[in-house]
Design a protein around this ligand. Structure first.
Ligand code: COA
Length: 227
């Protein structure tokens, strides 16, 4: 019998769900659950990892299992596969993120959402020199000219969310210089991919839209590609 784990955060509509389409279910936590039951194949992934990594890995999977349960999908091992992308149960797309004080997982039926990417970052300036590595001068020049969150960090967050949706769709790496992201003050962003697009049915996608949220020192970004 599986040991019981502490329940995930209350299931009222959370911060990240507010920036996801209605078809998606997300569960977030602001602490680590302990203990968390893991499938043996999951436990093996973090067997040699430091405690912080073991806890975030386990807690975000607890979030994912609760989100899957709300979709009526049984738990399966969420083991990192190619380039770290987790394997989701058949018929489901999903994404996970963790940063200091925050863990979240989002899932959706593949019939409605073709790909999902979520990312969380602290609302703090990027470390020295990082902005130049993740943003072009044109992207920086296009930051909203109003006080708001750390726009550079938010751009980084949006690009990571984009990549987490992009990779499962394409199986391809996407460099920071291979997408142009424009942040809008209304909580949305657009992303144009500057390389071969993602094939989806008879479409080739080079433009994506995302949503962001900033509150209480936390930045959230999501990209959901409709099926
Ligand atoms: C993979 C990456 C996006 C993870 O982001 P991060 O901010 O470092 O870490 P987060 O905690 O937010 O996310 C980690 C989770 O992302 C997921 N993830 C990792 N690799 C992934 C991939 N290739 N595709 C989709 N999801 C992936 C995993 O679920 C992982 O959690 P887990 O290891 O517990 O399973 C980042 O490390 C990276 O490699 N970025 C470079 C690529 C990129 O962002 N390009 C921008 C293109 S514009």
């Amino acid at each position: 019998m599986r040991p019981r784990s502490a329940p995930a955060a209350p299931s009222s509509r959370g911060r990240i769900e507010a920036v996801l389409p209605p078809a998606a279910v997300a569960v977030e936590r602001f602490d680590d659950a302990d203990p968390v039951w893991l499938f043996p194949s999951e436990a093996a992934v973090v067997a040699g990892a430091v405690e912080k990594r073991r806890k975030e890995f386990a807690t975000v999977r607890l979030c994912a299992r609760e989100a899957l349960a709300r979709l009526g999908v049984a738990a399966t091992p969420l083991v990192p596969g190619e380039r770290g992308a987790p394997a989701w149960p058949p018929g489901v797309v999903g994404s996970m993120t963790h940063c200091d004080g925050y863990r979240a997982a989002a899932v959706a039926p593949a019939a409605q959402v073709a790909a999902l990417g979520i990312d969380a970052e602290p609302d703090l300036p990027l470390p020295e020199g990082v902005l130049d590595m993740v943003a072009s001068p044109a992207e920086v020049a296009a930051f909203p000219a109003v006080a708001g969150p750390q726009w550079g960090r938010l751009l980084f967050c949006a690009k990571e969310a984009l990549y987490k949706a992009w990779f499962p769709l394409t199986g391809r790496w996407l460099g920071f210089e291979e997408a142009r992201v424009d942040l809008a003050v209304d909580g949305t962003f657009s992303a144009g991919v500057l390389t071969n697009g993602a094939a989806l049915g008879d479409r080739v996608l080079t433009r994506f839209t995302g949503r962001w949220h900033a509150a209480d020192g936390l930045l959230l970004a999501t990209v959901a590609v409709p099926s």
